[in-house]
Write a protein that binds this ligand. Structure first.
Ligand code: NAD
Length: 336
């Protein structure tokens, strides 16, 4: 099977070559992000392998079909960037990596909370400049605080348990509450109550039509003053302009982002020599109480190895059986 691997970085090449020691697959590593301008690079391949910011809308999928591509292998869990309906209509298989390390993302969310609260990033720079003063570094105990968790699937439930370890009260909102978590003391509640009572809110739901801009002006107004908001899920869950207003008014006390709604033009690239044109992103960076990482929550050795192994296994299943246990079907559109 010949596979065009879009959005290739060194870590992708290393992990995929490592998982393909037997040489069963022929990879063409492409740095380009897949979109309508680059889709022709898929010619002569049986499959494309893509990541979170590749664009697989209807025109791209139709062109992939024209070029003879039969499979779209996502090397991520989320599939909000794939027009599943069109893929299904065109007869393309879509496979994904449903869980590569939910611990990696839950731990990163906790890391953002700790860093924002105790200002590790600021302290690190201060000490290097010989400034040992503590002014401006005052944090708060996480112990005993109320944590709101939106989405208690694979990642959200690990995050709940980690916060339980801090002796926090956990309020959760999910369309499908988890009985085990309930038994462990997690309280499922309405979004309204979660917003009203939580000191820290962490997003772990997928991007869907329902969750798009779930954190908007109205949600922010109903939150506790000085709330911490963490998003390691998908950028468009948050209305960036609404959080900027919330930060300016002090309603949002801390914001930790691993994802951003317009991250496709920024994240995973070294743009240090360029002028960033996204004024909203640049404004977000100006706040001392905002910490942004560039979609790195998944980026652990365990997760990267799992992504490569699962993707190769998915492709092997498609090649041998014409289906995979990790296929994504249209009914799941905008989920995951
Ligand atoms: P999951 O499918 O196991 O869990 C998602 C949970 O959200 C489910 O329990 C589901 O019932 C719930 N949900 C669905 N719609 C909801 C709604 N409208 N309101 C509240 N809850 C809702 O997924 P997961 O593996 O835990 O991943 C969660 C998210 O994390 C995904 O969107 C994924 O794209 C994102 N993610 C980010 C990274 C990263 O590196 N930053 C890595 C992996 C996954």
């Amino acid at each position: 099977m010949k596979i065009a691997v879009f959005s290739t970085k060194n870590w992708v090449r290393q992990s995929f070559d490592g998982a393909n020691e037997a040489g069963s697959f022929q990879f063409t590593y492409l740095e380009a992000r897949l979109d309508m301008n680059t889709v022709s690079l898929a010619a002569g391949h049986d499959a494309v392998c893509v990541f979170v910011n590749d664009v697989l809308d209807a025109p791209v999928i139709k062109e992939l079909k024209n070029l003879g591509v039969e499979t779209i292998a996502l090397r991520c869990a989320g599939f909000n960037n794939v027009d599943l309906k069109t893929a299904h209509e065109e007869g393309l298989h879509v496979v994904r990596v449903p869980a590569y390390s939910p611990y990696a993302i839950a731990e990163h969310a906790l890391g953002l909370i700790l860093a924002l609260n105790r200002r590790y990033h600021r302290a690190y720079n201060r000490i290097r400049e010989g400034n040992f003063a503590l002014d401006g570094l005052l944090g708060f105990d996480i112990h005993g605080k109320t944590i709101g968790v939106i989405g208690t699937g694979k990642i959200g439930q690990i995050f709940c348990r980690m916060m339980k370890g801090f002796n926090c009260r956990i309020l959760a909102y999910d369309k499908y509450p988890n009985d085990e978590l309930k038994a462990e003391g997690v309280e499922y509640t309405s979004l309204e109550k979660l917003y009203e009572q939580s000191d820290i809110i962490s997003l772990h739901c997928p991007l869907t039509h329902e969750t798009y801009h779930i954190i908007n002006e109205y949600a922010i107004k109903s939150m506790k003053s000085g709330v911490t908001v963490i998003n390691t899920s998908r950028g468009p869950l948050i209305d960036s302009n609404a959080v900027i207003n919330g930060l300016k008014s002090g309603q949002i006390g801390y914001l930790g982002l691993d994802v951003y709604e317009e991250e496709g033009d920024l994240f995973f690239e070294d743009l240090s020599d360029q002028v960033i044109q996204d004024d909203t992103f640049v404004r977000l960076q100006t706040f001392p109480n905002v910490l942004i990482t560039a979609h790195q929550a998944f980026f652990t050795k365990e997760a990267v190895d799992n992504i490569a192994e699962t993707t190769l296994n998915n492709l092997k299943e498609i090649e041998e059986k014409g289906e995979s246990g990790n296929s994504v079907v249209p009914e799941q559109a905008y989920g995951g």
